[in-house]
Design a protein around this ligand. Structure first.
Ligand SMILES: *Cc1c(COP(=O)(O)O)cnc(C)c1O
Length: 485
């Protein structure tokens, strides 16, 4: 496919700017370019075709199955985008007087109320813009609490090795020393190792649950008890909350702080560089340290109204104003649409779909951890690699020929030749059956004609790009000179 620059023709253009009908203001010479910018010149139809052609070459949820793991929901209802696009929200200015944007404050107040109810927390901030940003913020709350009590020797954060990679990174960004503890064979936290690791220098524990291998730690109550008895606080990485939302609450399991990824669980697409939101919820004793301002509800002259309130001992801002507000609007629209019945139903379907696929694939594919999973499961292709020389990468690439987006590859790191599959809650059984059938066919090929898989995919616009070069030396700019003819 030609680039837009190669498609253009001198003089072929459309007039999109109306002719000047006022006197020209003029820019100072120093502000002007010496030469006109080199832009492709095309007609409207050509441009429209160009971008349609590009769109056809990508694979998204609207094209087919998308079982990428550690990403949770891919169902981002369009109606929620419409809600977030309402002029009253889009045109609000963050410095507008409170009386003039009561609706936006109500959104923040309601979203906080419902998300606190879902997580079992007492207060929440919407300032953090991503999951990892939420972790950083949550740890700052923990730190502020210890420091406030004068307990300054607590310098360690315990992170099991089944945690998301951002957990140890955030802890170390906060100036903490990270103590990693290995998981047991069954993928759960090793309680003996945990007991040995805690002490009067433990600031807290960060637990990803369900963990990165898709399991709900069955000893979770014991885990939080051990940490609390040592005087530490417990942090719950709730980025993948859609396996448990409406069913189990971190706040009831002994956790003091939790972050959510609204751009994974509550109706905003994850990835692609769009705005995200990683709200942090906490128990009441940590609420005074929250960043930003919370929208609180009050009665004034018999009328319900909202105002912003800054927490007294606030750690300060972690982002401007109220975070990515429109993402919160979408989350609230999603929660209100699903309601008390729909939220746990979405979670149950996510778990059901994952277990359905896991069971159907277990005849030939080796699972990293046997038994039921939560919303995702991890296969290991180590055996197949030894037997037939076919890697997780080969299997993932072959899936593209079946119109399926590959699952997450080579993650989590604690599983070799990992493929992490997350079917998500909205896929009907037919789609899951087709995917299972495709994976069975691929497995058969892997055993019978392994060489054929090394070259896959065959049906996509490009085969196997050089991923290292693409990552290390990306070409993100068109150089006219090099292409001059
Ligand atoms: C995605 C994810 C994160 C990080 O979220 P970002 O928004 O990408 O920073 C943290 N923890 C878990 C378990 C995740 O799945």
């Amino acid at each position: 496919m030609k680039l837009v620059f190669e498609k253009g023709h001198e003089g072929r253009k459309m007039e999109i700017i109306a002719p000047l009908d006022v006197s020209e203001a003029g820019l100072g010479e120093s502000f002007k370019r010496a030469a006109k910018p080199k832009l492709p010149q095309m007609s409207e139809t050509e441009i429209s075709r160009h971008y349609t052609e590009l769109a056809k070459r990508t694979h998204g949820v609207n094209d087919g199955f998308y079982p990428l793991g550690s990403c949770t929901m891919k169902y981002n209802p369009k109606v929620n985008e419409a809600a977030a696009a309402l002029p009253g929200f889009v045109k609000a200015h963050p410095l507008q007087p409170e009386e003039t944007c009561q609706g936006s404050l109500e959104v923040l107040n309601l979203a906080e109320k419902y998300l606190c109810e879902i997580t079992g927390m007492d207060a929440m901030t919407f300032q953090p813009a991503a999951g990892a940003h939420g972790e950083f913020t949550g740890l700052l709350l923990i730190k502020a609490w210890h420091v406030h009590r004068g307990d300054t020797k607590r310098k360690k954060i315990i992170v099991p090795d089944s945690a998301h990679g951002t957990n140890p990174a955030s802890a170390s960004m906060c100036g903490y020393e990270v103590v990693s503890i290995p998981s047991r064979e069954d993928g759960c936290v090793d309680l003996e190792k945990l007991k040995a690791a805690v002490g009067d220098d433990t600031a807290g524990l960060m637990l990803t649950n369900p963990n990165t291998v898709g399991l709900f730690d069955k000893n979770i109550l014991e885990i939080t008890r051990i940490v609390r008895e040592a005087g530490g606080l417990c942090y719950y990485d709730g980025a993948n909350l859609n396996a448990v939302m409406g069913i189990a609450r971190p706040g009831d399991m002994g956790f003091d702080v939790v972050h959510l990824n609204l751009h994974k669980t509550f109706s905003t697409p994850h990835g692609g560089g769009g705005p995200g939101s990683g709200p942090v919820g906490c128990k009441a004793f940590l609420a005074p340290y929250l960043p930003g301002a919370r929208a609180v509800k009050e009665e004034r002259e018999g009328k319900t109204c909202y105002r912003f309130e800054k927490p007294e001992e606030s750690i300060g801002d972690v982002k401007m104003f109220y975070g990515n507000f429109l993402v919160v609007v979408k989350a609230l629209a999603y929660i209100l649409t699903l309601g008390r019945e729909g939220i746990p139903e979405a979670a149950a379907n996510a778990v059901l779909n994952a277990n359905y696929m896991k069971t159907k694939l277990s005849d030939v594919y080796e699972m990293a951890y046997p038994g039921p999973c939560m919303h995702e499961f991890v296969m290991t292709l180590e055996g197949l690699k030894k037997k037939a020389g076919v890697t997780a990468m080969d299997i993932a690439k072959s899936m593209l020929d079946y119109g399926i987006h590959p699952p997450t590859m080579y993650f989590p790191l604690i599983v070799h030749e990992a493929l992490m599959v997350e079917p998500t809650e909205t896929e009907p059984r037919d789609t899951l059956d087709q995917a299972v059938e495709a994976l069975h066919e691929i497995y058969k090929k892997a055993v019978e004609e392994p060489e054929s898989l090394h070259g896959a995919p065959y049906k996509t616009p490009i085969g196997r790009p050089d991923e290292v070069t693409a990552a290390r030396k990306p070409v993100v700019r068109y150089h006219w000179e090099e292409h001059a003819d």
